[in-house]
Design a protein around this ligand. Structure first.
Ligand code: S3P
Length: 445
């Protein structure tokens, strides 16, 4: 075997990485802490803008919270009936999870509150949550019959409903479950495709009247929730940028530690494995959620298909999977992912636009995209569209790029992963790429 060293440089990811606390779990930690009796204590809480909006909103509802050290959060629960009417509008920034889940909690309160957000959040559909909550008895007003923020909500006496979660949205499911804690009679939810189950795990952990019965889950009026103490696992959706980055660059070797391995969140690891990635994961702890370690070794990936039933388990990882698929050998097809169009931005459009500028062969479809892999990206100037996951998915593309990339508006990464660029710099190493040729065929080593 002949080895030729080309004077060409490429980047790899090397080392180990502790992801920031999980965003979905951090939001719920604040909400359940606020409604519990007694003091809850969490470590490795995600101190990113989205979760800090949840903290501030509950402080405005009279809940006392303090943080002595970075990542620690102590919450003095107000109990199920102890929240106070806010003095001013609750501004929730960019955070869809805060708005949708808070609507569920506020639906059970006998006071009025106004929820608002930034232009992105004000253009995201809220009717999926406000419609069932109105059916339960909440009064909600907002533009387009309560479909868009700012929203004014007055809660009160609620009654349980049966609800089929056709959008497979964990935010919708969680809002209804939270409202169900205040309702008369059972609130039952059926899911065709399972979405992340963090709320269900919190309900069980805090001792709510919660049951899983076959395809249905149900919750009943609960007078008391127990305070919790937990270390919040690392966010697999934040780790995903470096996991995919390592998997798609030959020569990378990365270990991700203390990362959430809840099976409703790991769909993207399965897809990367299908694409030929070398990934080993092991659960080391089960409480408060399964979490553990992931090892990744880089290589050339192959194209794949991602279909509707896989989408909820990897919804937030689709942008970075699009980057990985753009470099994979052969064709990839993502379908059934129309929900991506109503995230912090239209992520099908933002990623297709960005990746095209980088030289990818990618076509936008109504519910996904069709990609034919190229060998590397070229530099240029792209837009994040103010969306944190688009910004980070395009930044990872620089691993397989010789020239420079400018990403407009990167401040948005603070929404979920403020230390992203510092970590990226720390893990990134330049290597001389070795091209070896064997029987006339060249391949990367
Ligand atoms: C989330 C659920 C998902 C995800 C979002 C966080 C949650 O949204 O995209 O980032 O914490 O419940 P949907 O459930 O609306 O798809």
């Amino acid at each position: 075997m002949q080895t030729i060293v080309l004077p060409q440089e490429t980047d790899v990811l090397k080392g180990s990485f502790l992801p920031p606390g999980d965003k979905s779990i951090s939001h719920r930690a604040v909400m359940f802490g606020a409604l519990s009796e007694g003091t809850s204590f969490y470590s490795h809480f995600l101190e990113a803008e989205d979760c800090l909006h949840t903290v501030r909103a509950f402080q405005s509802l009279g809940v006392s919270m303090e943080s002595e050290n970075a990542g620690e959060l102590r919450i003095k629960g107000a109990g199920m009936n102890g929240l106070k009417a806010p003095e001013k509008e609750l501004y929730l920034g960019n955070s869809g999870t805060t708005m949708r889940l808070m609507l569920g909690i506020l639906a059970g309160q006998r006071f009025q509150a106004v929820l608002s957000g930034d232009p992105s959040l004000s253009s995201r559909p809220m009717g999926r949550v406000t419609r069932p909550l109105k059916q339960m008895g909440a009064q909600i007003k907002g533009r387009d019959h309560g479909n868009f923020a700012p929203l004014t909500i007055r809660g009160g006496r609620l009654r349980g409903i049966d609800f089929e979660n056709d959008l497979a949205s964990a935010q919708v499911k969680s809002a209804i479950l939270l409202a169900g804690l205040f309702a008369e009679g059972p609130t039952r939810i059926k899911e065709w495709i399972p979405s992340r189950d963090h709320t269900e795990r919190f309900l069980e952990g805090a001792g709510a009247s919660f049951r899983r019965e076959g395809e249905w889950i149900s919750v009943e009026r609960t007078e008391r929730l127990q305070a919790l103490e937990a270390e919040i696992p690392g966010d697999i959706s934040a780790a995903a940028f470096f996991i995919a980055g390592a998997a798609m660059t030959p020569g990378s070797e990365l270990t991700v530690e203390k990362v959430c391995l809840n099976p409703t969140r790991t769909g993207f690891l399965e897809v990367l494995k299908k694409m030929g990635a070398s990934i080993q994961s092991a659960v080391t702890q089960e409480v408060p959620e399964p979490f553990g370690t992931i090892h990744i070794r880089g290589g050339r990936l192959r194209g794949t298909r991602i279909t509707k039933k896989e989408i909820p388990s990897l919804i937030d990882e689709l942008p970075i999977l699009m980057t990985a698929a753009a470099l994979a050998e052969g064709e990839s097809l993502i379908s059934g992912a129309e929900e991506l169009r109503v995230k912090e931005t239209d992520r099908i459009h933002s990623m297709v636009t960005g990746l095209k500028t980088l030289g990818a062969n990618i076509e936008e479809l109504p519910d996904g995209c069709l990609i034919r892999g190229v060998e590397r990206f070229r530099g240029g100037r792209v837009r994040s569209f103010g969306d944190h996951r688009t910004a980070m998915s395009l930044a990872i593309a620089t691993l397989m790029m010789k020239d420079e990339l400018t990403i407009e508006d990167i401040a948005c990464v603070a929404t979920s992963f403020p230390s992203f660029f510092d970590e990226f710099r720390r893990l990134k190493q330049k290597i001389k790429k070795r091209i070896s040729s064997n029987e006339g065929k060249s391949r990367n080593m």
